[in-house]
Design a protein around this ligand. Structure first.
Ligand code: NAD
Ligand code: UDP
Ligand code: UDP
Length: 315
C-alpha cells in the first residue's frame, strides 16, 4: 500500500512521492532556513502546530531568538546558529529556504554577503536537498521583476532588472537562486517549488527594519514625521503574513513547481499608505518628503490568477 508523502514523512526525488508505509515515522522533518526572521518564525509556528519536527537554521543577521523562543521546550523544535553560505549536513524531508535579508536597508548593508547568501547559500541547500531527497522551496521575490514594464506582473514576465545597481545583490541574487533551483530540478531531479513573494507585513517585523509599513507605523507612534521617499506616487501591494504562510505551505504540499506570485493585488501609493496610518494611529501624523532611493520600482502589483487556480488561494 502506498501513501502520499505528507502522510509518511518521507520523499525521494526518484520515488515520484510514493514510498511504502513503514519506512519512516509519520512526522515530517522540516528545515526552515531564516526561521528566526519575520516570515520564517510564523511559518515555524504553523509547522509545529501541524505536528511536524522543525529545525531552524539561522545566523541571526536580521532574525531574533525571541521570535522562536516559545518553542524552546518543544522536543520537535531545534535551533541551529549557522550561516547557509557554509555547507550543512542534515537528514530531512522538506527544506523551506528563506535565509536572506529582505529589507532594502539590510540587504544593501553588505551587498557581497547578500549575493553570497542568495547564490552560495541556495546552492548549499539545493546540494542538501539532492543528497537526502528532500523537497526544496525557494522564497524568491517580486523584485525579480525589477522596475516592471508590465503591470500587473504575471509569472511569465521576465522582468526589467538593472544588473549593476545597488539593489542587484538582492534581485539578481534571487534570479540566480531561481536559476539554480530549476537547474537542480531538471538536472538532478530535485523536487522544487518557487514562490515569488510580494511585500508582506505583520507582527515580528523589526521596528527598525527600514521597510515602509514598519517605518510609517513606528514614526507615527513616536510622533515623528512619516518619511515618504520621492513623490510618494510609487505603488506597492501588501499582504498579511498569515496569508503568505498559507500560500507557502500549500505550494510545498501541492504538485506544482511554480514560480507562483504570492501577494495581495490591492495596490496603494505610498501617500495612500501614509493616510491609512494617519487614520489608524494618529490623524495629526505629519509627512516629510525625502529623496528616493536608487532604482526604486515605480509600481508593483501581483497577478495571482495562477495561485488562485492551482493552489486554491485567495478564494
Ligand atoms: P527577515 O530579514 O526577517 O528574515 C530573514 C532571515 O534570514 C533572518 O532570520 C536572518 O537572520 C536570516 N539570514 C540572513 N542571512 C542568512 C545566512 N547567510 N545564513 C543563515 N540565515 C540567514 O526577512 P523576511 O521578511 O522574513 O523574509 C524571508 C524571506 O522571504 C527572504 O528570503 C526574503 O527575500 C523573502 N521575501 C520577503 C518579502 C517580505 O515582504 N517580507 C518579500 C519578498 C521576498
Ligand atoms: N552540500 C551541503 N549539504 C549536503 C550536500 C551538499 O551543504 O548535505 C553543499 C556542498 O558542500 C556543495 C553544494 O551543496 O557546496 C552543492 O552540492 P552538490 O552535491 O550539488 O555539488 P558538488 O558538491 O558536487 O559541487
Ligand atoms: N518607502 C518610503 N518611506 C520609507 C520606506 C520606504 O516612502 O520610510 C517607499 C520606498 O521608496 C518604496 C516603498 O516604500 O517605494 C516600499 O519600500 P520597502 O523598503 O518597504 O520595500 P521594497 O518594495 O522597496 O522592497
Amino acid at each position: 500500500k502506498y501513501y502520499e508523502p505528507h502522510q509518511v514523512g518521507f520523499q525521494s526525488a526518484n520515488s515520484g512521492g510514493k514510498i511504502p508505509l513503514g519506512l519512516k515515522s509519520k512526522t515530517l522533518r522540516i528545515v526552515v532556513t531564516g526561521g528566526a526572521g519575520f516570515v520564517g518564525s510564523h511559518l515555524v509556528d504553523r509547522l509545529i502546530a501541524r505536528g511536524d519536527s522543525v529545525i531552524v537554521v539561522d545566523n541571526f543577521f536580521t532574525g531574533r531568538k525571541e521570535n522562536v523562543m516559545h518553542h524552546f521546550k518543544n522536543p520537535r523544535f531545534e535551533l541551529i546558529r549557522h550561516d547557509v553560505v557554509e555547507p550543512l549536513l542534515l537528514e530531512v524531508d522538506q527544506i523551506y529556504h528563506l535565509a536572506c535579508p529582505a529589507s532594502p536597508v539590510h540587504y544593501k548593508h553588505n551587498p557581497v554577503k547578500t549575493i553570497k547568501t542568495n547564490v552560495v547559500g541556495t546552492l548549499n541547500m539545493l546540494g542538501l536537498a539532492k543528497r537526502v531527497g528532500a523537497r526544496f522551496l525557494l522564497t524568491s521575490t517580486s523584485e525579480v521583476y525589477g522596475d516592471p514594464l508590465q503591470h500587473p506582473q504575471v509569472e511569465t514576465y521576465w522582468g526589467n532588472v538593472n544588473p549593476i545597481g545597488v539593489r542587484s545583490c538582492y534581485d539578481e541574487g534571487k534570479r540566480t537562486a531561481e536559476t539554480l533551483t530549476m537547474d537542480y530540478h531538471r538536472g538532478a531531479g530535485v523536487q522544487v517549488r518557487i514562490a515569488r513573494i510580494f511585500n508582506t507585513y505583520g507582527p515580528r517585523m523589526c521596528i527598525d527594519d527600514g521597510r515602509v509599513v514598519s517605518n510609517f507605523v513606528a514614526q507615527a507612534l513616536r510622533k515623528e514625521p512619516m518619511t515618504v521617499y520621492g513623490d510618494g506616487k510609487q505603488t506597492r501591494s501588501f499582504q498579511y503574513v498569515s496569508d503568505l504562510v498559507e500560500g507557502l505551505m500549500r505550494l510545498m504540499e501541492g504538485e506544482h513547481v511554480g514560480p507562483f506570485n504570492l501577494g495581495n493585488p490591492g495596490e496603494f501609493t505610498m501617500l495612500e499608505l501614509a493616510q491609512v496610518v494617519q487614520e489608524t494611529i494618529d490623524p495629526n501624523a505629519r509627512i516629510e518628503f525625502r529623496p528616493n532611493t536608487e532604482d526604486d520600482p515605480h509600481k508593483r502589483k501581483p497577478d495571482i490568477t495562477k495561485a488562485k487556480n492551482l493552489l486554491g488561494l485567495g478564494t
